[in-house]
Design a protein around this ligand. Structure first.
Ligand code: EPU
Length: 420
């Protein structure tokens, strides 16, 4: 397994181009299953998760061709069951279920297991499919959903932690080909859901209210092929922004969407960052001393859970006490013990991490446990004195396009040690 060797304490300077959003492109690729016609998706990041999704669609019968940063997909004929090993490898693949149900009126995929960040149930996805008239069954580890006809209805898809991103995506995709009107209350408002809705609208779907908690979908008989450019990745942008502040550098994020980053930029400002916007560019630097901030993760437009670990890395460098509360996933603090190995002082109390920051970090070997935890360890390593080895970086390759190359361009001393 590859690892990164980082020689820290180098301020990052320069420009970084933000790639297409992983969490937008995965459901958008799945949505191409809703039509027999060809679709083209642009600004597709080169990530292992995207490749996996390509393999799943191929296995289901679609023709998938990557070309530069585009992917051409045509699902002329498809089958209704997903490759179980592939679906297990990537949780995002559950979102083939809605399109399969919409188009074929039947779908079977293996029940995704839990993962290191928490239990990851899919009860709300299934509740939505059932509300559309599907019979949903779990048998031998597989979820089966089938219906003679799908019929639109009003449903509430809120759960313990609020809305569900992929649950909303899945039910919205199935509802595009249902008879009549579907209203999803407590729908996820994330920009990735809006991007998917825009792609579906380009395919001929009738959807209103995307980006609000009430999503209305009027079913149509069929969808057609479409072209779409994916939104920039707000989590990637946030990660580089935090790295700039953590290393006392200055970075311009090229092609970012500040309107998708309000909660993060607001907290960075409170923490002592200077932020300037020029069109689609955001320049971020440290403005004097860092200040502690308290953060609670929430569904959009609140502070994203996918940036919690990276922000914690910054708070370990900030003199004073910061309290970081995770409200979306129950065990998303796997990075804490690894940050402690770098000298951070963090205590966990229930859903909160109490960070006593300001002691200098010093390099050490650490283990990446999931995608965002890995990004946080890279940030900590960039700011630490000495050398940090981040092991198991395959996690980071799932969601950050060429992160070591992009960081090197910004002046970081980071090297990929390839597994022999
Ligand atoms: N939940 C349920 N029942 C469900 C679905 C979700 O109780 O049927 C709960 C979850 O347990 C969690 C909360 O609802 O407590 C929110 O989960 P959500 O369904 O929104 O998460 P997701 O759709 O499975 C996507 C992203 C995650 C991101 C979350 C939250 C993709 C492929 N994944 O997951 O991204 O953390 O939304 O914003 O879009 C990442 O990129 O590192 C990542 C984990």
């Amino acid at each position: 397994m590859d690892s990164f060797l980082i020689k820290g304490s180098v301020p990052l300077h320069g420009e970084v181009a933000i790639s297409g959003a992983k969490n937008a492109v995965l459901p958008i690729m799945a949505a191409t299953l809703l039509t027999a016609e060809p679709c083209v998706i642009r600004r597709v990041p080169n990530l292992s998760d995207v490749k996996f999704m390509g393999q799943i669609l191929t296995w289901l019968g679609a023709h998938v061709r990557f070309e530069g940063d585009s992917v051409h997909i045509q699902a002329r004929k498809i089958k209704g069951a997903g490759d179980y090993d592939l679906i297990r490898k990537m949780r995002g693949s559950i979102c083939v279920m809605g399109p399969l149900l919409g188009r074929l009126k039947k779908a079977a995929v293996s029940l995704p297991g839990g993962c290191v960040i928490g239990a990851r149930p899919i009860n709300l996805h299934l509740k939505g499919f059932a509300a559309l008239g599907a019979k949903v069954m779990i048998e031998n580890g597989y979820v089966h959903a089938s219906a003679k006809r799908l019929v639109g209805s009003a449903m509430f898809l809120g759960g313990r932690a609020g809305s569900t991103v992929l649950g909303t995506a899945n039910v919205m995709m199935a509802a595009t080909l249902a008879e009549g009107v579907t209203v999803i209350e407590s729908a996820a408002c994330e920009p990735e859901v809006v991007d998917l809705a825009n792609f579906l609208i380009a395919m001929g779907a009738q959807i209103s209210g995307a980006g609000s908690p009430t999503l209305t979908i009027t079913g149509v008989k069929e969808l057609h092929g479409a072209e779409h450019e994916v939104i920039p990745d707000r989590i990637e942008a946030a990660t580089y922004a935090i790295a700039a502040v953590a290393t006392n550098g200055e970075i311009t994020l090229r092609g970012a969407r500040a309107d998708h980053l309000r909660a993060v930029l607001d907290k960075l400002k409170d923490a002592g960052a200077g932020i300037e916007r020029r069109g689609a560019d955001i320049t971020i630097r440290r403005n004097g001393r860092l200040k502690p901030v308290d953060i609670t993760t929430l569904p959009y437009s609140g502070f994203p859970t996918d940036v919690q670990a990276q922000m914690m890395a910054l708070m370990t460098l900030t003199p004073g006490i910061s309290i970081i509360t995770e409200r979306i996933f129950e065990s998303r603090f796997m990075h804490v013990s690894e940050m402690t190995r770098l000298g951070a002082d963090i205590e966990i109390e229930g859903p909160s991490a109490i960070v006593k920051g300001g002691k200098p970090l010093s390099g050490a070997p650490v283990m990446a446990s999931d995608l965002r935890a890995s990004a946080a360890l890279v940030i900590a390593g960039l700011a630490a004195r000495g050398t940090t080895q981040v092991n198991r970086v395959y996690h980071i390759d799932r969601g950050y396009e060429n992160i070591d190359g992009k960081l090197r361009q910004l002046g970081a001393r980071i090297e990929r040690i390839e597994e022999s």
